[in-house]
Design a protein around this ligand. Sequence first.
Ligand SMILES: [Zn+2]
Length: 545
Amino acid sequence: MDNLPPVPPSAANGDKDGNQGRSLHWHILGGNNKHRIGMNSGLCSYSETDSNGDKRSWNILFDAGTMSSDPRNLEDPALTDCDTVIPDYANHFRRRDDANHKPAQPVDAIFLTHNHSDHMNALPMLLLMGYELPKIYATPYTAKRLEQELSNAGLDPSEWPQIITIAPGKPVQEGPVKVSAFWVSHSTPQSVGFFIETPEGNMLNPGDFKLDQSVVWGPAFDEQQFQRIVNKPVDLLLLDSTGADRDVVPTTEEDVRDALRDLMEKYPGKRFVIAVMSGFEENVASVAKVAAEKGRTVWVSGWSHEQSLSALQQTGLTLSDSIGEKVDVRVLSTPRSIRDLEESRPRDSVVIVTGAQGSPGAALTRAADGHHPGLTLDPQRDIVLFCAPVIPGQEGQHARLMATLKNKGVKVLTRADAPLYAQAHARLPELIEMAKMAKPKTVMPIHGDRKLRESCANAMEKMGQRVISADNGDAIRITRDGCHSAEPETKGAPKLVGFKTLQGATWSDRHYLMKTAPQPKLPEQTQDAANVNRRRPKIFNVNPK
Ligand SMILES: [Zn+2]
């Protein structure tokens, strides 16, 4: 990772000499899906035409995520039998292996709001497909998680794009476009939103956010910092609609900690096995904080939790520092750690596991099935807590896990019994609060499905906001006088690329079937490249154009 490039003194402040025409667009590449949530990605495109008629453009991509499988293929009927879907970026990235491939809108830089797969995980897939990626800006933790994902995909560091760390208070200047990060609360640490300033108008992209002030890692959304950074008129606010249908007071991390405290007081002699969803490091931290208060050791089992704790440690973020008191955290992986857990008293332990959705390979599912080498469940000793909702599409495997636990006689508590889950996304009252703080001229609902974006639009209109609605593939033209739909530079319905995992339970074992995109031509291999490619998940094309 590199340090920030210096910000030139000539900040984006209007016309340069001789500029005849300027235009600013937001292109929705993914995320404003019809039916499903995911593959969030938007392109900010700013252009200037000088007096000679020469046009210069700056294209900046915000997030590039994946979407998990859609069994009914509602987003694109052509993508049957896929488990991962991303937008087709052929118009936006150059190919390493094809000098003749000239993308219509080549991306100059990528900014990441946070590390969740639906915002970031298209990047390793794009590299595997043979695309060349420009520099990527991310906070240190997001950058570290991206490095993990690139490495998990079998990509050698020599093939990684340049990754530059950013922080609030250090704006980045990409030509005339100035991008400033500000902290937002989310379920994962170091999440940011962006204020994007151009000579033609300003956009506010808070990304996935909530306003919860009780997150442990954070940093939490800070209204003073927000007002300091978003200090110019907002022409377009992009508003995360994922929680827009819930007009409720949000459950905070402190509410979750209170519920955990109550349960540990009610059942002091029990060992708690707590299922936390991957990507919910704040939930992991809340469990650890209460465990530390109660003098319990925290044991962690599950690939994604181990990955995130390792990335946090490498970023210099420790649980003890964040919590403010010493907490003993141990990964349940070595024979020694397994023996230590077996020998510890139930009252001294909390075990955080993956498997809140009942995924077959996850720690809790394996423990329930009796296949976990280090964790057995005993109805006399254990209480299992689910700190998660059931995600649509996962109901079947979740029900199977619950039935297995019930058959074993293990006591199970869910969010129906206690507030064990703090939502990751802003609820309606927080969306209204964000709109009040930002005072935008226009709001555009993003993320969620169509119904959720409609809920967001209705609420915004009710408070007198001008709203513009859009789907994937649409472009919005932004001016100081208002925003309106525009013809996208790359016409036609957005294409999607689907992948099917062929084998293997881990990233490094996987092979992918790729659908609806051309097969990358591999360059002639050197011995080093051949070694790299042997470790790399292979992509097979089954549907060449
Ligand atoms: Zn997220």
